[in-house]
Design a protein around this ligand. Structure first.
Ligand code: SF4
Length: 221
């Protein structure tokens, strides 16, 4: 079944329009995607590992620092996704967005696991999906989270990753209820953010680690 993918005007994603289009695709039985691509994980604890990224369309937030186009570009079945992912010959798959947990991807996760893949998810942590079987859960609480991280993530996440602009973001990370390793990732658009992160990591070496967007430094996807 083919879906008439929307034609967008302009460059700035409108989260409401993108999510509405993604939901429309979802209701046809297809999975709304932006793209599937093969690269290295550039951030967090899996940095440097070859990974196939499956980017879901739609997002529940509108962060000021957002650098991601989360508009619907493709509509694929689970089988079509697995065929494309398998073509790269890599074991790790990262479900990212936008916000991938807007949709119940359990059938996709089950199918990917059955095909032998390991799964990472990158989420803002605001939508509980505890039934998914995942191998690496990265929660990146956002500026507009309003304290609405779902409790499940505090006990099940592999890592938390905070994008840092200023001292308030460092304080948010310090006050996180997540007991494990927290990555501080400077907003790439703000040169003042990196020294703040370095100072915080040095002050709290057991709690914080620095995460750089190494894929951007390397100019790879
Ligand atoms: S949650 Fe991520 S994709 Fe969504 S607006 Fe914020 S930075 Fe962009």
């Amino acid at each position: 079944m083919s879906f008439p993918l929307p034609t967008y005007q302009g460059q700035t994603p409108d989260p409401h329009a993108a999510t509405k289009d993604a939901v429309t695709v979802w209701k046809t039985g297809k999975i709304p995607l932006v793209e599937i691509f093969y690269s290295l994980q550039g951030e967090g604890g899996r940095v440097g590992q070859a990974t196939v990224f499956v980017r879901l369309a739609g997002c529940s937030l509108a962060c000021s620092f957002c650098d991601t186009d989360f508009r619907v570009k493709r509509a694929l079945s689970i089988e079509e996704i697995i065929t494309e992912v398998a073509s790269f010959g890599c074991q790790w798959v990262c479900l990212t967005g936008g916000e991938p947990t807007l949709f119940d991807l359990q059938p996709l996760c089950d199918a990917l696991h059955a095909a032998g893949f390991f799964l990472q998810v990158e989420t803002n942590g605001m939508h509980p999906r505890p039934e998914w079987r995942l191998d690496h859960v990265t929660v990146s609480p956002k500026e507009t989270e309003g304290g609405h991280i779902k409790p499940w993530y505090f006990s099940h996440a592999t890592e938390f990753k905070y994008v840092v602009d200023d001292d308030a973001d460092i304080l948010r990370a310090k006050n996180s209820l997540f007991p494990g390793i927290i990555y501080l990732q400077p907003n790439a658009l703000n040169p003042a953010a990196t020294p703040l992160c370095i100072a915080a990591v040095q002050a709290h070496p057991q709690r914080f680690r620095l995460s750089l967007q190494t894929h951007k430094l390397l100019e790879i996807p």
